[in-house]
Design a protein around this ligand. Structure first.
Ligand code: AMP
Ligand code: MG
Length: 338
C-alpha cells in the first residue's frame, strides 16, 4: 500500500490505522518459502521479509546436506576417527537433537545417513540384505557419529556415518526466523517453509488467529481439518508424498532408527508447538512411533498432536487433549491454504 504518499487526510488516517503487508516467495532449503509480513509501513514490512529470507538462507548454509559447502556437509565428510571442531550454533542444535533422540527412545535420530544410503532413499531406492542392514545399523546413531559436548567436536566413527538434518532443519530455520521477526519492525507474520508454518504476532495474541488447513495425508491439495493458530508453528510428517518404489514395495523417506527399516505409510501426524524446531522434531518422531504409540507418548507429555490414519478410502483422525485448543470446525473445505 502506497497510500501514505497521498495527501488527503482520510487516506493518511487509513494508512496509519492499517498495517502494510508484504508477500514474498523464494526457493530455499530445497523448497518454497512463503513469507507474509505486516508492519506499520511497507518499507518496514519489506525489510522484515528480506531479513527473514536472509536468515533462512543462513541456516541452510549451516545445515544443508545437499550443499557440499555447508558446515553440516563438512562435518559429515570428516575423516573417520578424527574429532572435528563444530561451529557453535550447529553444535548447540546437535546437542538439543541428541536430547530428543533420548526422549523419544530413538524414534527420532538424524544420525541415520548410513541407512538413507543403504535404502538409496535419495536415489531410485533399493532393498538392502539383512547382513548389510545389520552392518549399516551399527554406523547410525552415536555409534556412527559421536558428539562431544565438552570440546564441541564431532567424530565420525564409521566411513558410512552422516547426520541427516531433514527432520529438524526447517524447524531450526523457522525458529531463527522468529527471532529475526521479534527484532524487526513486523507486527504479524505468516511463514510457510515447505509445509511447516509459523504464525507469529508481536505481543499479545492477534485478535483473529490464522486458519491453517491440515492436508489429506495422500493428497496435498485436499484440506481436511482446520487449525486456528497464533504464536505457534505447525509441522506435519508423513510419507505418502515422498517415497521411492522398488519392485512394488513403497519405501517412505522416514526411517525407523530402532529397526533400520523405513517407517510404514499409515497417514500423517501434525504437531503444534510454540517452538518451531520442537514441532518439526516431534512430527517426525511421532510418525515413526505411529498412531497408537505416538498418541500415548504425546498425550503423556502434553504435546499438541493430530494423527490422520488412512483407512480404506477414508481417514480417521485422532488427537491429544492439548490439540483441542487449536482445532477449528472439522469440516472438509474446497481449498487448502486459506
Ligand atoms: P520430516 O519431513 O520432518 O518428517 O523429516 C524427514 C526427513 O528426516 C527424511 O527425509 C530424512 O532426511 C530424515 N529422517 C528420516 N528418518 C528420520 C528419523 N527417524 N529421525 C530423524 N530424521 C529422520
Ligand atoms: Mg520433522
Amino acid at each position: 500500500m502506497l497510500t501514505l504518499f497521498h495527501s488527503s487526510l482520510a487516506t493518511v488516517l487509513l494508512a496509519t490505522a492499517l498495517p502494510d503487508t508484504v508477500v514474498r516467495e523464494a526457493y530455499v532449503m530445497g523448497t518454497v518459502l512463503r513469507i507474509k509480513v505486516e508492519a506499520a509501513s511497507d518499507v518496514e514490512a519489506f525489510r522484515s521479509a528480506e531479513a527473514v529470507l536472509a536468515e533462512v538462507e543462513r541456516l541452510d548454509g549451516l545445515l544443508s546436506t545437499w550443499d557440499p559447502a555447508s558446515e553440516m556437509s563438512r562435518l559429515n565428510r570428516a575423516t573417520p576417527g578424527t574429532p572435528t571442531a563444530m561451529n557453535a550454533e550447529v553444535a548447540a542444535l546437535l546437542f538439543e537433537v541428541e536430547e530428543w533422540t533420548r526422549e523419544t527412545g530413538r524414534a527420532f535420530d538424524p544420525a541415520v545417513g548410513a541407512l538413507v544410503d543403504a535404502w538409496d532413499l535419495r536415489g531410485a531406492g533399493r532393498i538392502p540384505g539383512p547382513d548389510e542392514l545389520d552392518a549399516v545399523s551399527r554406523a547410525t546413531g552415536s555409534r556412527g557419529m559421536a558428539i562431544d559436548r565438552r570440546d564441541t567436536t564431532s567424530t565420525r566413527q564409521d566411513a558410512r556415518a552422516w547426520i541427516d538434518t531433514g527432520a529438524f532443519g526447517k524447524g531450526a530455520a523457522l525458529r531463527s526466523a522468529r527471532r529475526i521477526l521479534a527484532g524487526s519492525g513486523a507486527s504479524r507474520a505468516f511463514l510457510d517453509l515447505g509445509g511447516q508454518a509459523l504464525v507469529w504476532s508481536r505481543g499479545v495474541s492477534a485478535p483473529t488467529p490464522r486458519s491453517v488447513w491440515v492436508a489429506h495425508p495422500d493428497q496435498r491439495s485436499t484440506a481436511t481439518i482446520r487449525l486456528d493458530l497464533d504464536g505457534v508453528s505447525v509441522a506435519t510428517s508423513g510419507t505418502s508424498e515422498r517415497f521411492v518404489d522398488v519392485g512394488g514395495r513403497r519405501l517412505g523417506h522416514i526411517l525407523d532408527p530402532r529397526t533400520g527399516f523405513p517407517a510404514p505409510a499409515w497417514g500423517s501426524v501434525t504437531v503444534v508447538h510454540a517452538d518451531p524446531m520442537v514441532a518439526d522434531v516431534l512430527a517426525t518422531a511421532l510418525y515413526v512411533m505411529g498412531p497408537v504409540e505416538g498418541l500415548a507418548w504425546a498425550e503423556k507429555r502434553g504435546t499438541a498432536a493430530l494423527f490422520l490414519l488412512e483407512t480404506a478410502g477414508d481417514i480417521e483422525p485422532s488427537w491429544t487433549t492439548s490439540m483441542e485448543a487449536w482445532l477449528g470446525p472439522a469440516t472438509i473445505p474446497s481449498t487448502q491454504w486459506q
